[in-house]
Design a protein around this ligand. Structure first.
Ligand code: SF4
Ligand code: MG
Length: 319
């Protein structure tokens, strides 16, 4: 398999609060040493609770916000500097779709105009817009409508169509179905999956929802407070996660089998403030297996065959 996107020890911090005469402004590491690879035509699901840094990661790999350190390579070359001319061509090859489809569209412009807009910018034939509309399952008459006339699911189809017109090799999807009704979610997830089969794009699919990721991902990466704590092929991950945090997330996923529905999920409490991560293993205040070592020493992300996990006690806990 060939790598399309690679993140190497990526870091990004933000300032929290304001500094003053006697106070230094604190910095918060939203993404704190993330290394990931996305192969051509593959879907990597990035999961974690809100505030774990997954949206920041999405923006960093697309060069939409600059990283502090580390490196992002796309198709073998590092991302160009901000404002560089090289972005013009590269922008076409990587697209972002995010949760708020209505916010991504201009309420005053027709759907057709907005789908065709990227084509105009890149001097590409306008016919591609009609094709994209058909590809996302919307009738041609939709082109004359305005965003307020469409449902949430239709709007998300429009946003996906607009990204497709440029025939990208990478689509970063940040919670693309989270704002939709559950019945519509399945339709859009199926659409996203079918489009990939037809076009061979790679997806970085960011979601807090492990059941959605189960439908779409080839591999899963779990983030916790700015770091990857586990990464594994999908089947292995859902069959038996290694990291205690992954296990807790999986236990909280609604079970479709009515016989087991309502089974109490182990409670791990609320996530800590991402701006002040605990020392040692960041998960230790919520981990049922934490020891003294966990409170002091941060575990490294280690290889376990085709998977990686960051926990001192994997070997013991997997027995
Ligand atoms: Fe739990 Fe310790 Fe493993 Fe962290 S390192 S997940 S606290 S057992
Ligand atoms: Mg987010």
């Amino acid at each position: 398999m060939t790598a399309l996107l690679r993140a190497e020890d990526l870091r990004k911090s933000y300032q929290v609060g304001r500094g003053g005469l006697f106070r230094r402004a604190r910095r918060f590491n939203a993404v704190d040493g993330v290394s990931l690879t996305l192969n051509k035509g593959e879907t990597l699901g990035v999961v974690g609770e809100s505030g774990c840094g997954k949206s920041t990661l999405s923006r960093l790999v697309l060069g939409l916000s600059p990283h502090d350190s580390g490196e992002v390579t796309f198709d073998g070359a590092p991302l160009p500097r901000e404002g560089s001319d090289d972005w013009r061509h590269l922008r076409r090859r990587m697209q972002l779709v995010y949760q708020d489809a209505a916010g991504a569209l201009d309420p005053r412009q027709s759907i057709g105009t907005q789908i065709a807009e990227p084509l105009k910018i890149h001097n590409l034939p306008p016919e591609r817009a009609e094709q994209a509309l058909a590809d996302v399952g919307l009738p041609p008459a939709m082109a004359a409508r305005h965003p307020h006339e469409l449902s949430g699911g239709q709007l998300q189809r429009v946003v996906i169509a607009r990204a497709l017109t440029l025939e990208p090799e990478l689509m970063v999807m940040d919670e693309p179905v989270s704002a939709l009704d559950v019945s519509i979610q399945a339709q859009i997830v199926n659409l996203i999956r079918d489009l990939q089969q037809a076009r061979g794009m790679a997806y970085l699919f960011v979601s807090h929802d492990l059941s959605v990721v189960h439908h779409i991902a080839d591999r899963v990466a779990v983030m916790y407070l700015g770091q990857v704590v586990e990464e594994a092929p999908k089947a292995a991950f859902y069959a038996r996660a290694l990291h205690p945090y992954s296990k807790a997330l999986l236990a909280a996923v609604p079970v479709p089998d009515p016989a087991t529905r309502g089974r109490a999920a182990p409670r791990i409490g609320d996530p800590p403030n991402p701006a002040a991560p605990p020392p040692g293993c960041r998960f230790h205040p919520r981990c049922p297996h934490a020891t003294e070592r966990c409170r002091i020493e941060a575990p490294e992300l280690r290889d376990f065959g085709p998977r990686r996990a960051a926990c001192h006690r994997i070997e013991e806990l997997s027995q």
